[in-house]
Design a protein around this ligand. Structure first.
Ligand SMILES: NC(=O)C1=CN([C@@H]2O[C@H](COP(=O)(O)OP(=O)(O)OC[C@H]3O[C@@H](n4cnc5c(N)ncnc54)[C@H](O)[C@@H]3O)[C@@H](O)[C@H]2O)C=CC1
Ligand SMILES: [Mg+2]
Length: 359
């Protein structure tokens, strides 16, 4: 069975790998592996100075994305050209060199599939000497928060998913009912306690994130732990049994003392921080004559209404460069769903301004 051939029905194929241990072990032989050291993903710098997730193979060939830059409307678009480059050493060989048995790859977890049908896995190598491995793999392990700023857009969610799955398995090795070890299936889609019969599945914590508008301004807030100058949309974890709408009303009332209406769903995103959050993004409005914020100082450092002009200027700013001073006011980068909400709000404002003959 050649598992690297393009697969017509990717979802069915992945379902099979998730559920069938034998098929998953077979897929490992032709898989692509993302390595993590203490949950930090392995990145590689390409010849053009761009960072990418280092993907290793067991078959002696390595897929390396090469990127071209393209300017459209003053925005940089990354264009990926995937080419197959033979590498002198493969993952099994590397693992052997750093003292690991080649069967160590069986400890990987299934992440998904490339669009060419190649199965992707994440593997934690935390007990291996970090610098020896970095040297062998010609890459470096980078903290995920930092990696998010370095990786091209489409690679960040994959890096996040890989970390989330590894973290979940690391923290669910024992059954909370019996204290007995839990055993994973080959793909890592669940763990079972054979003593109690309980099956544990990887979990995400639902979080509602909402951009509140008063019609001409939007409300952004910052927590003390945010990077200097960054303001984001309001957010909060769902309590047990709550609907998205209930969480949204409660969080806005708790954090800024406002009453919202006209809730509109925008989109969702898996977010690896603080553990594994499932962000549900919405827009909502307040009555324009009831906009006085009453900040809960235990949760937020500040919350302010921002004008269309302030928002469009913040959106125009280039991605944050960690080597430079952060700007006085900036919004979360494009890989965060908060940015999508802010962008949508700005587009909506632009449209209604045009309709009213404003600039
Ligand atoms: N991707 C994005 O665009 C954004 C993502 N976020 C994420 O949303 C998360 C939640 O937003 P916050 O305003 O901080 O939530 P929040 O307003 O509910 O406050 C956090 C507090 O809630 C409690 N809590 C309840 N359930 C929890 C759980 N399952 N895990 C952790 N803490 C829990 C803890 O006491 C914690 O200190 C943040 O940690 C952040 O990573 C926040 C803004 C933007
Ligand atoms: Mg909050």
């Amino acid at each position: 069975m050649n598992l690297t051939k393009p697969v017509k029905n990717m979802s069915r194929y992945l379902k099979r790998l998730k559920e069938d241990d034998e098929a998953c072990r077979e897929a490992l032989k032709s898989g692509i592996f993302l390595l993590y050291h203490k949950l930090s993903p392995l990145l590689r710098e390409t010849s053009s100075g761009i960072y990418t997730l280092a993907s290793l193979k067991t078959s002696g060939f390595n897929t390396t994305p090469f990127k071209l830059f393209h300017y459209v409307n003053k925005r940089i678009l990354h264009m990926h050209l995937y080419i197959c480059m033979p590498i002198s050493v493969d993952l099994e060989h590397i693992l052997e060199k750093v003292g690991k048995d080649k069967h160590f790859v069986n400890e990987s977890f299934l992440l998904g599939c490339t669009d060419k049908g190649e199965p992707q896995f994440s593997l934690e190598v935390g007990d291996i000497d970090r610098s020896a491995l970095e040297q062998e793999c010609r890459g470096m392990f980078v903290d995920l928060r930092k990696a998010f700023f370095m990786l091209p857009g489409p690679e960040s969610p994959l890096a996040a998913k890989g970390q989330a799955l590894l973290r979940w398995h690391q923290t669910n090795c024992f059954c909370s009912a019996t204290g007995q070890p839990t055993i994973r299936n080959q793909s890592g889609s669940f763990r079972v306690c054979h003593s109690s019969g309980i099956t544990y599945y990887p979990k995400m914590a639902p979080v509602v994130i909402v951009l509140v508008s008063d019609g001409s301004r939007c409300l952004l807030a910052r927590q003390t732990m945010f990077p200097l100058g960054m303001y984001s949309a309001l957010s909060g974890f769902c309590d047990m049994g709550e609907s998205v709408e209930e969480t949204l009303h409660r969080e806005v009332a708790e954090e800024v003392g406002l009453e919202v209406k006209n809730i509109q769903y925008s989109g969702s995103q898996h977010w690896p921080f603080p553990q594994s959050s499932f962000m549900l993004a919405c827009h909502a409005t307040v009555n324009p004559d009831k906009t006085q914020v009453n900040i809960d100082k235990a949760e937020l450092e500040d919350a302010r209404w921002f004008t269309y002009e302030e928002i469009t200027e913040a959106l125009r700013k280039p991605p944050l460069d960690p080597r430079r001073e952060p700007p006085v006011f900036w919004v979360p980068p494009s890989y965060a769903i908060a940015n999508q909400l802010i962008q949508e709000w700005a587009n909506q404002q632009q449209l209604s301004r045009k309709l009213h003959g404003l600039k």
